[in-house]
Design a protein around this ligand. Structure first.
Ligand SMILES: Cc1cc2nc3c(=O)[nH]c(=O)nc-3n(C[C@H](O)[C@H](O)[C@H](O)COP(=O)(O)OP(=O)(O)OC[C@H]3O[C@@H](n4cnc5c(N)ncnc54)[C@H](O)[C@@H]3O)c2cc1C
Ligand code: SF4
Length: 344
């Protein structure tokens, strides 16, 4: 049985107190949200921390509210609450769908939206016990000097595996972060391409909230979105591939704007603007749609290159790219979803 190493647990009751504790305790301190990722990684020894700063008693970090045309979701809002929220389900369904397929009901009750966006990158060579990794000779991400996925690779390519990240990317979400000052940034700027250091947040910065522009729905413009997740089992599994789609149609049901994003490939979730461009101007009521879906699938397959970093054969995941994209786009247009892209 894997045991948690000892650590000090601090329980601040305000954001300012949480931040000054992080500053005071330095790089050995980590914020603790639901703990469903962090505590597992501490047990495996792939992450180390002497002090955990719990965010559970800070009321302003939790909840969903509308403000000036945006939906503001606190970083500590449980994924179950995001998935069940009426306003999320009706106005930005891709986010409700992505949150609803994370892990299992228990993990969605504990796991938070902020923790999901800040989830550590995953790889079949790092999500193992310390004993197992020591036998292998460790790797670039922790304690070692080589990568077991890319021979002679100089950078870790562990995969971003957070289901809500692509959903929030296609919705154009921004983050509010508290460091020495409060700042706001587009979600895409949170991530870097190095799986060993995949976040641009400083160790003493806190994610406070996620701000999502709420789409206008009118007779002249409608928004349709969906999330598709490829996994072996229909529950608990991390994504082997995740695809989010957000389409805006005009009054003649022609695609006016399109946004696509993918996860579970490389260290950062990927926006796919060139693939999305293949859908612009397409009439969604006729045969043109099927041709556009095939063209977009071929483009996506060229752009997305699954690696042997996570379970699931890379070639199979690559073959599934156009299949999952087609299913996700159809689900978006018919306002159904999420798409469970399991092999059956
Ligand atoms: C069996 C299993 C299956 C899983 N399946 C999936 C899956 O299918 N899809 C998926 O996306 N995830 C999955 N997860 C991972 C995890 O449960 C979720 O990603 C969850 O949302 C993580 O949130 P948390 O609140 O528990 O984060 P924590 O574990 O508390 O934190 C994660 C990281 O974020 C940092 N952090 C958290 N909040 C803040 C903040 N406000 N400011 C600064 N730093 C912060 C922590 O320091 C830590 O580094 C799975 C986990 C398990 C154990
Ligand atoms: S991608 Fe390479 S360096 Fe990164 S965790 Fe996997 S084996 Fe380690």
């Amino acid at each position: 049985m894997l045991r948690l190493p000892p650590f000090e647990l601090l329980r601040p009751s305000s954001l300012e107190e949480a931040r000054s504790l992080l500053v005071e305790h330095g790089p050995g301190a980590r914020p603790l949200a639901g703990g469903t990722d962090l505590l597992v990684n501490l047990k495996l020894g792939s992450t180390e921390a002497q002090t955990l700063v719990s965010l559970a008693a800070i009321p302003e970090l939790c909840g969903i509210r509308e403000e000036a045309g945006e939906l503001v979701i606190g970083a500590m809002t449980p994924l179950a609450q995001v998935a069940a929220s009426e306003v999320v389900r009706s106005r930005i369904p891709v986010l409700a769908q992505a949150a609803s397929v994370v892990a299992s009901p228990q993990l969605r009750a504990m796991g938070t939206l902020g923790g999901n966006l800040l989830l550590d990158t995953r790889c079949q060579w790092i999500n193992q016990s310390h004993f197992w990794r020591a036998a292998l000779g460790f790797c670039l991400k922790k304690d070692g000097s080589k990568c077991h996925v890319v021979e002679k690779g100089k950078r870790c390519v562990a995969a971003a595996s957070n289901d809500t990240a692509p959903a929030l990317l296609v919705l154009g979400a921004r983050l509010v972060v508290l460091g020495a000052q409060e700042r706001s940034m587009p979600l895409a700027e949170l991530y870097s391409s190095d799986g060993a250091q995949h976040l641009t947040l400083a160790a003493d910065e806190l994610l406070v909230e996620v701000r999502v522009p709420l789409p206008e729905q009118s007779a002249r413009s409608t928004q349709h979105s969906a999330y598709g997740k490829l996994r072996r089992r229909a529950s608990i599994d991390f994504p082997l591939l995740g695809l989010a789609a957000n389409l805006e149609l005009d009054e003649s049901k022609t695609v006016r704007a399109a946004s696509l994003a993918a996860v579970a490939l490389s260290a950062q979730p990927l926006s796919l603007p060139k693939v999305a461009a293949a859908l612009l101007g397409v009439e969604t009521s006729g045969a043109q749609l099927e041709r556009a879906i095939v063209a977009a699938g071929a483009l996506a397959q060229r752009r997305l290159k699954p690696l042997d970093n996570i379970p699931g054969d890379a070639w199979w995941r690559r073959e599934m790219v156009p299949v999952l994209l087609g299913r996700t786009l159809r689900a978006a247009l018919s306002d159904t979803g999420p798409v469970n892209g399991d092999p059956q």
